[in-house]
Design a protein around this ligand. Structure first.
Ligand code: PA5
Length: 423
C-alpha cells in the first residue's frame, strides 16, 4: 500500500517530529489493538472480522441478497446513526447502474415529510424491509418500522413476513418478535456498537442487497488492519493521525474538517462525523467534526476555513479518478478557452492542489490517499478511521464506545411522549 497518510502540509503550524514523538509515547496502543483491546473486549468485536463476517454469515448474506435482488425493486433500510451510516456511505458511492434496486432510508428522522416520502416511493413497487436496531428502543427506527410493516401487511397479507428482515441483538425484544412473526433475523453482534458495525450484518447485508462486493470491502479492511497492527509507531498512519489531531487540539484547534473533491464521499463524511462526534465529544473535550464537499462548498465553508476564526484544521481525502469528459472548443467565445483539451480530472486536480496550497498556508492540513474509490477502499477507510478514533479517544481520555450524551435527549423526548419507564 502506498503512503496512506501524509503530514506534509501540517508545517509550519505543527512540527512533524512532534507528531512522531507523540505517536511514540502511545506505541502501547498498537499493542493493545493487536491484542484485541483486552480491556474493552466486549466493545471491540469489530476487530475480529472472522467472527463478525465469517464464511457462514457471508454465505447467508449472499443468498438473501440474491433473493431480494431477484424479487424486489425497492429495499428500505430502517435505522439511525451507526445502524445505517456505513451501508449508506458505500451504497450512495457505488455507480447507480450497479445497484439494480432502489434503496430507501427510513427511521433516521422524526419529520413527517421524511416518512411520507418513503411511503410514496414504495407505491406500486415490490418492497423488502430491513429494520436494524441494536437495542430496539430508539424511537426513530421503532416508529418507522411500525408504519412500514403495517403498510407491507396491508399490501401483501401474511406474505409480508418473508419481506421483513431484522438485524438486532440476539435475545432482544426484536429477536423474540422475529421468532413469533416469522421475520428473518440477522445478528447484531453484542460486542459491536452501532458506529463500529460496518463489518457485520448491519452494514454488509444492505450493501450486498445494493450490489456491493462485500468480500472486496472485507479484504480492504483486513489489509488495512494488518498494516496498522504491524507498523511501528513512527510509521503507523492511524497512530500518527490520532497523535496529530490530539496535538492540534492541545494547541487550540477545536474542529476537524474532512474535505474531499469527490462528491461520492458525501455519505462517508456523514459516517465519519458520526463516528468521531459520538465517540470523542465527551467530558467537555473533543474536536468538532465537520465536512466540506469541494468544490461546491469552497464557496461557503472554504471562505471560513481560509479566513475565518482559526479553529479548524483539515483532513483531505484524495481519490484517484478517471479522466472524465474533455472540454472541447465549440467556436463560442465564452472566455474559457484556457480549458480547451483538458479533461475534468485535470480541473479537479488543479482545484485540489490550489485549495491545499491556499488552506495549508492558513491552517494545518493532513491528506489521506484513498486510491480508487471502490469497496476495497471503503473497507480500508473504515478500518483506518475506526482504529484511529479509538486511539484518539484514548489519547484524550474519553471512552470511545459509550454515548451518554445521546441518552439525555432521548430521556426528555420519552418523557414528553409518555413512555412509562421514564416517568
Ligand atoms: O453508534 C451508535 O451506537 C449509535 O449511533 C446507534 O447506532 C444509534 O443510536 C442506533 O441505535 P440502535 O441500533 O440501538 O437503535
Amino acid at each position: 500500500m502506498q503512503k496512506f497518510l501524509s503530514l506534509d502540509h501540517i508545517a509550519p503550524h505543527l512540527d512533524g517530529a512532534a507528531v512522531t514523538e507523540r505517536a511514540g509515547t502511545y506505541a502501547g496502543l498498537v499493542d493493545e489493538a493487536r491484542a484485541g483491546f483486552p480491556g474493552d473486549r466486549s466493545c471491540a468485536g469489530w476487530m475480529r472480522l472472522s467472527e463478525t463476517a465469517g464464511e457462514e454469515a457471508l454465505f447467508r448474506i449472499a443468498r438473501k441478497a440474491a433473493e431480494i435482488r431477484q424479487e424486489a425493486d425497492a429495499f428500505v433500510i430502517i435505522g439511525v446513526g451507526g445502524s445505517n451510516n456505513a451501508a449508506r456511505a458505500v451504497i450512495e458511492a457505488l455507480p447507480a447502474s450497479r445497484r439494480g434496486i432502489e434503496i430507501l432510508y427510513a427511521g433516521n428522522a422524526t419529520a413527517p415529510s421524511a416518512m411520507q416520502d418513503v411511503l410514496r416511493r414504495m407505491e406500486g413497487r415490490s418492497v423488502y424491509l430491513n429494520i436494524i436496531a441494536k437495542n430496539f428502543e430508539t424511537l426513530e427506527p421503532g416508529a418507522a418500522f411500525r408504519v412500514l410493516r403495517q403498510r407491507l401487511y396491508a399490501e401483501y397479507g401474511p406474505d409480508a413476513a418473508r419481506r421483513i428482515l431484522a438485524t438486532g441483538t440476539p435475545g432482544s425484544r426484536l429477536h423474540r418478535l422475529c421468532l413469533e412473526k416469522g421475520w428473518e433475523f440477522f445478528p447484531f453482534p453484542e460486542a459491536v456498537g452501532g458506529r463500529y458495525s460496518a463489518f457485520t450484518d448491519v452494514g454488509l447485508l444492505p450493501m450486498a442487497v445494493a450490489g456491493a462486493e462485500i468480500r472486496a470491502l472485507l479484504d480492504g479492511a483486513r489489509q488495512m488492519q494488518r498494516m496498522l497492527l504491524s507498523l511501528p509507531a513512527a510509521e503507523n498512519p492511524a497512530l500518527l493521525y490520532a497523535a496529530a489531531r490530539t496535538l492540534l487540539y492541545e494547541r487550540g484547534y477545536r474542529a476537524e474538517c474532512l474535505s474531499s473533491f469527490e462528491p461520492r464521499l458525501r455519505w462517508f463524511s456523514k459516517w465519519w462525523i458520526q463516528l468521531f462526534g459520538e465517540s470523542e465529544g465527551k467530558r467537555g473535550r473533543g474536536l468538532l467534526p465537520v465536512s466540506c464537499q469541494c468544490s461546491e462548498e469552497l464557496h461557503s465553508m472554504g471562505q471560513f476555513l481560509q479566513e475565518g476564526t482559526p479553529v479548524a484544521f483539515e483532513t483531505f481525502l484524495r481519490v484517484e479518478e478517471e479522466a472524465g469528459p474533455t472540454l472541447l472548443p465549440d467556436g463560442v467565445d465564452d472566455g474559457f478557452a484556457y480549458l480547451d483539451g483538458k479533461p475534468f480530472a485535470a480541473l479537479n486536480a488543479a482545484s485540489q492542489d490550489a485549495t491545499l496550497a491556499a488552506h495549508s498556508a492558513h491552517h494545518p492540513c493532513l491528506t489521506v490517499d484513498v486510491g480508487t474509490l471502490d469497496e476495497r477502499a471503503f473497507g480500508a477507510l473504515y478500518m483506518f478511521f475506526l482504529l484511529a478514533c479509538v486511539f484518539s479517544c484514548r489519547m484524550t481520555g474519553v471512552d470511545p464506545f459509550d454515548q451518554p450524551g445521546v441518552e439525555a435527549y432521548k430521556r426528555a423526548m420519552f418523557r414528553t411522549l409518555g413512555k412509562e419507564e421514564s416517568i
